[in-house]
Design a protein around this ligand. Structure first.
Ligand SMILES: *Cc1c(COP(=O)(O)O)cnc(C)c1O
Length: 370
C-alpha cells in the first residue's frame, strides 16, 4: 500500500489553518465582498505600491523566460533598505517562510532539537517538525503580559539544540523581547538564534536588531515584504546572517522561487519611499485608533503592541471562536487564536485597518460585545 511508504511525521500533520479570505466569508455569510473588513492576516490595509502596475506591464513580455535567480538591483535595494551588506542577505521566494525552511534544511538532522517559546508564529513548529527536529517548548508568560520567560529558553538548551526561535515583536502577542534578554540567549549557546523581525518596521528603533546578524555568527534576522511593504500576495522575504550561514543556504536554495513578477514588484516597492513611509505613519496612527477604541470595552482586554496587530482577551462570556464567528456574521474577519499552541481559547488577534474600516469595525465590535 502506498500509504505505508509515507513518512510517519507527515501522517501526524493536520492541514494548516490560514487566516480567512474575503471571498470565503462573502460566500459563507452571503455578504458583499467589497464591504468585508479583513483584520485577520496583518497585511497592509492600504494595499501595495501604485508604482508596481506599470513596471509589471513592462515585464510581461518576458514572462515566458526564466527569471534571474535574484535580480542584482533587487538585492542592492534590499541591502540599502535593511542597511546591511548584500553578502549577508538571502532572499526567499515563498516569503520569509522559505528562509525558515532553508535554515531547517541546513541545520537539522533527525533527532536534533529546536526551542520555540509559545504562543508564537506556528510556521516554526511546522517547518521544524517536517525536517525531523524534536521541539522543546518554552514560553511567553501569560501571567506576565506575555513577556518572554528567558529561563524557560535557557534551561532547554542542550548539545542537540540547533535553532532557537525568537519572534520580536511576537506574533500573536504583539510585544517585543527586551534586547538584553535576546543578548543573553545568543551568548549562552552556539545554536542559531533566529530573530523574527517580520513586523520590526512598526516598532521603536531601539528594538531593531538587524545589525546583530553581522555582529554574531549564530544569528539570523528574518524580515519580509508581506507586512508594511504590502506584498503578502507576491511571496518574498529575506534573511540577514553571517556570510557563512548565507553561503550554506545559497547552495541549496531553490534556484527560481522568486518569480519575475515578484522581483519587479519588490524593486518598485523599495523605490517608492513615499508609499513605505506613508504606510508606516498611517499604520501607527491606525494602531493607536484601534487600541484606544478597544480599551473602552471593559469586556475586552487589549495588550500593548509594537506591531500592526494587537492581541485581545475576550471576557464577555464567549470563547474566541464564538466571538470571531459573531464578527464574521457582520462582515469582520479577525484571527481566532485557538490554533496557536499555548493560548487559552479566549484570544483573538486584530490587525490594523484603514481609518474608515477601523471606524466601522469599532461600531460592529460594540454591537457584538454588548
Ligand atoms: C507574516 C510573518 C512572517 C512572514 O511571512 P511571509 O509571508 O512568509 O514572508 C514571518 N514571521 C512572522 C511572525 C509573521 O507573522
Amino acid at each position: 500500500m502506498i500509504d505505508d511508504k509515507i513518512r510517519n511525521v507527515v501522517k501526524e500533520f493536520k492541514a494548516y489553518v490560514p487566516g480567512k479570505s474575503k471571498e470565503e466569508i462573502a460566500r459563507k455569510y452571503n455578504l458583499n465582498p467589497e464591504t468585508i473588513i479583513k483584520l485577520g492576516s496583518n497585511e497592509n490595509p492600504w494595499g501595495c505600491s501604485p508604482m508596481i502596475k506599470d513596471r509589471l506591464l513592462e515585464e510581461l513580455p518576458k514572462f515566458s523566460q526564466y527569471p534571474e535567480s535574484i535580480n542584482p538591483i533587487l538585492l542592492q535595494e534590499i541591502a540599502d533598505f535593511a542597511k546591511v551588506p548584500k553578502e549577508n542577505l538571502i532572499v526567499g521566494g515563498d516569503g520569509a517562510d522559505e528562509v525558515i525552511d532553508l535554515i531547517m534544511r541546513i541545520l537539522i538532522d533527525e533527532g536534533d532539537e529546536v526551542i520555540i517559546p509559545i504562543p508564537t508564529f506556528t510556521q516554526y513548529a511546522i517547518s521544524a517538525k517536517i525536517h525531523g527536529a524534536n521541539i522543546k517548548w518554552a514560553k511567553y508568560d501569560e501571567k506576565n503580559e506575555f513577556k518572554l520567560d528567558v529561563n524557560s529558553v535557557l534551561s532547554q538548551i542542550t548539545d542537540k539544540t540547533k535553532v532557537i526561535f525568537l519572534c520580536t515583536p511576537n506574533n500573536p502577542t504583539g510585544n517585543i523581547i527586551p534586547n538584553e534578554d535576546i543578548k543573553k540567549i545568543i551568548e549562552s549557546t552556539d545554536a542559531l538564534v533566529m530573530i523574527d523581525h517580520a513586523y520590526i518596521e512598526y516598532s521603536r528603533k531601539e528594538y531593531d536588531l538587524t545589525d546583530w546578524a553581522l555582529k554574531y555568527d549564530n544569528v539570523l534576522v528574518l524580515r519580509t515584504f508581506s507586512k508594511v511593504l504590502g506584498l503578502a500576495g507576491q511571496r518574498i522575504g529575506y534573511g540577514v546572517s553571517s556570510t557563512k550561514i548565507i553561503d550554506y543556504m545559497m547552495r541549496i536554495r531553490p534556484a527560481f522561487s522568486l518569480t519575475r513578477a515578484t522581483q519587479i514588484s519588490a524593486i518598485a516597492t523599495l523605490q517608492d519611499k513615499e508609499f513605505i513611509y506613508k504606510s508606516l505613519d498611517d499604520g501607527i496612527r491606525s494602531r493607536e485608533m484601534i487600541y484606544e477604541g478597544i480599551k473602552q470595552f471593559k469586556e475586552l482586554e487589549v495588550y500593548p503592541t509594537e506591531a500592526n496587530y494587537m492581541l485581545i482577551k475576550v471576557k464577555n462570556g464567549m470563547n474566541s471562536s464564538q466571538f470571531a464567528e459573531e464578527l464574521l456574521k457582520k462582515g469582520v474577519i479577525v484571527r481566532d487564536c485557538y490554533s496557536f499552541t499555548g493560548l487559552e481559547p479566549y484570544y483573538v488577534r486584530v490587525s490594523i485597518g484603514t481609518f474608515e474600516e477601523n471606524e466601522r469595525f469599532l461600531k460592529i465590535l460594540k454591537e457584538v460585545v454588548e
